[in-house]
Design a binder for this molecule. Structure first.
Ligand code: CMP
Length: 138
């Protein structure tokens, strides 16, 4: 079934000028862009977005990093969107990401790993609504 996922092009990839190349990969893989914006998180808002990780040792660094520069947030639509998008982006750690994946091509480190992809339909919905109102989705 057609469903939706949420993604962010993270500060490392955005500031390196890799946004266009990543969007090309996303569209060529058959995803339709439903919503998109360039924005910047405060450390506090990054903390809210990554609330589920707040007990993890990397949480403070992650919030600092995710608020260090502009990002691009998008909602994407495709059959099997959540799982297929995670295949397209590859493993969290770029050292373990498959050839040809977004993270293999563009990630700098396990933290500055170029891109986010929701891990479930429920989180895709929650994360999308964190950035977009319904009238910004097409
Ligand atoms: P993401 O898939 O957006 O979700 C959580 C983020 O935390 C992850 O991408 C990385 O940016 C970061 N992250 C995950 N694991 C680690 C780790 N072991 N060390 C540092 N950052 C991590």
């Amino acid at each position: 079934a057609q469903n939706r996922t949420f993604t962010m092009i993270k500060p490392d990839a955005f500031s390196a000028g890799n946004t266009g190349a990543i969007l090309k990969m996303i569209e060529e893989a058959g995803f339709r862009i439903v919503a998109a914006k360039v924005t910047k998180l405060t450390a506090e808002r990054a903390g809210q977005f990554y609330e589920v990780h707040k007990e993890r040792p990397f949480y403070n660094d992650l919030c600092e990093y995710m608020s260090s520069g502009a990002i691009m947030a998008l909602i994407l639509e495709k059959d099997n969107a959540v799982a297929d998008f995670r295949t397209l982006i590859g493993a969290t750690n770029p050292a373990e990401a498959a050839e040809g994946t977004v993270r293999k091509l563009f990630a700098k480190s396990i933290e500055a790993n170029a891109i986010h992809g929701s891990d479930s339909d429920e989180n895709a919905q929650l994360e999308g609504s964190f950035f977009f109102s319904k009238d910004e989705e097409f």
